[in-house]
Structures are given as structure tokens and as C-alpha cells.
Design a protein around this ligand. Sequence first.
Ligand SMILES: [Zn+2]
Length: 379
Amino acid sequence: MQTIDLTQVPVVDNHCHGIMQDQTFDDIAGWRRSFTESTDSGMARDHVASTAFYRRLIRTLADFLGSEPEEEAVFAARTGRNGRELTGALLCAANVDTLLLDTGFPPPEEVFPVPEVGEIGGCRTEPMLRLEILMESLLAEHDSLDDVKEALATELDDVRGRGYVALKSVAAYRKGLDIREWPREEAEASFHEYRRVAGAGHARLVHKPLLDTLLHVAFAQAARQEVPVQFHVGNGDAETDLLLGNPLYLRPVLQRSDYRGMPVVLLHECYPYTRQGGYLAAVYENVYLDLSYGIPLLGYGEMLSFTRQAFGVAPTSKLMYSSDGIGVPELHWISAIDGRHAISEALGELVSRGELDLSDAEAAGESILRANATRLYRL
Ligand SMILES: [Zn+2]
């Protein structure tokens, strides 16, 4: 089969999260928790170590750290290194051009500040604004729905001017992607219900008419400024209702002509809805599909499979690499290795079948790993 060499292409990781300043773990099970979406304690203890992702991580990390390819030896080797230095070594080895960081989670006080990650990793870093967190803080400050909507519109009136390259919504984690338009009375009632639950403070915004109504305020601002909005889609933490994380639910939002200025980035290859996400990227000019190789935590064959699915339906100009790495630097690092590998293998197959010529394939690989994101986020 034709091989496409992408090993030297620096990546723009268009969606990832902060790295914890404290990289110490009490035991191996604690570290293993970084490699599962499950919050069930028995998963890290008894099952994570037997996933294909984890086995590959251990072997690859053993090579990098110069230890035996056994879990305990790898854990001891990474524990023996200072967190800042380990982070720097892994990010440099990953050959990162830019990291786009969702600053909404983990809490900012626990992770390296955005500019510091860049210094440590020898790369550029840019923050993204998580909408639901901003909404929750505005809901704590204002006494009427109209005031909250106005405050939100003001906060988002100049997204780039405030230092953010994109917005991100986790509506899929909260109430699903069927983001609707609600009659005023229902949105008001939802606001009062939220305030009743939150008292004078914060509450998790899972009040659907209220959340949907505020999302439309954000979409109008994003569309006017042509600022990309990332949507968490498909696979996610244990709270996600995967059924309502199907990207096809976004159709009413995508169909609105006044939102066409808003680039929509469907995260995590919409796993397992990659074909549906790829289809949307093929149909709607403003829809892009993110190919994330850190999370979901998959075996390599499954990564290759979703990469093929994306290539089979979506234009390569609509695909962008990411890690969704979070907490530990191992995720940002191994994702870059696996992502380059899967993308080059899937492109090589297209060349072998005569669908692409070699130079097209190399250009497509460069676009997916770096250039598409550079252009879309105006880096
Ligand atoms: Zn994420």
C-alpha cells in the first residue's frame, strides 16, 4: 500500500483541555482514571487496563520513557519525572503547532494557565470560551431572563476582541442537541425554575427551555462575527445521553439561514455517529468535522475506521485534527502519534485505489492536521 509520510507535520490541536499542574497520582488506579470516561470506581480498578487504548498507551509510553513495557514500570517512570518537565517533553515530542484549549474544564486553578502551556510545550496556545459556564455565571448575577440575555449578548459582542478563538457548547452533555426555540412563557418559567434551584448561587444549567433560549443568543453573535462554535457531539462523559448526542438533531440550527455565518465544528468525529457528522459536513457549507484521536479512547483499528468513514463522505477541507486531551499530557501526545498514523494510512488507501494521487494525499494530510484549523480559527 502507498505510504503517506505525515510524521513531520506539526499539528493544530483544534480541541483539547488543560493539563493538571500536579501530575502525581496516589496509585496506578488513580492514573488509570485519566483513561476512561466512566466514573464507576470499579472501572479504573478492574477494567481500564484491558482496553486496546490503554495497552497501546503503555507500550508506546514505555518506548518514550525508556522503561519496560509493563504498566508498573511505565507508571514508576512517569512518576519519577516532574509534571512540568514531563508535560514539556511529551508536548515537544508531539510536534504541536497550536493547542486550542477549552478553558471551561478542568477548573482553571488546577491546570497550567493557557500561556504557560505554550511556554512549557514550545507551541502556540489559544483559549476557547465554554458557553454554559458563562451562562451559569450570568444567571447568578441577573434577576430577569431579559437581563441575562442582554448580558450574554454583551459578553459575546466581540469574541475575538476578548481573546477567544472559538465558542464551545456542551449542550449534548446537558439536555441534548435538539436545541429548540421556546415560547417566551416557557423560557421564563424555566428561568424561574433555575433560580429556584440555584438560590443566590450557581446551579448546573440543565433547564432545557432556558439553555436553548440562551444558546440562540450565542448563535446570533457567533454568526454575526463568523466565530466558530464547537459542539460536543456523540461520545462523552457518563452523563451524556448518547441518543440525544446524535448530530442530526442539529438540523433546525443548521437550516437557519441567519446562522450560516457561524462555522459549526462537530467534535469527537461525533463518535459513533461519524457517518452522520461527515454527511452534515458534506451538505452544509459551514459545518466542519473534528477528528479526535485521544478521546474517545479507542483501539487503533477503530480510529482507522472512523477516519475512513470521514474521508468517505466529507471533503478533506472540512476535517480537522484534535486530541481532546485533558488532565494528563499523555493524551495530547499519543493522540498526535495515532492521528498522524491513522490519517496517513487512510489517505494511503485512497491513493492505492486511485482515488487520490500522491501529492493530493500529502496536501490533504497537511490540511487536516494543520491548515484547515489555521484558516477556520484565523490563527
Ligand atoms: Zn472536550
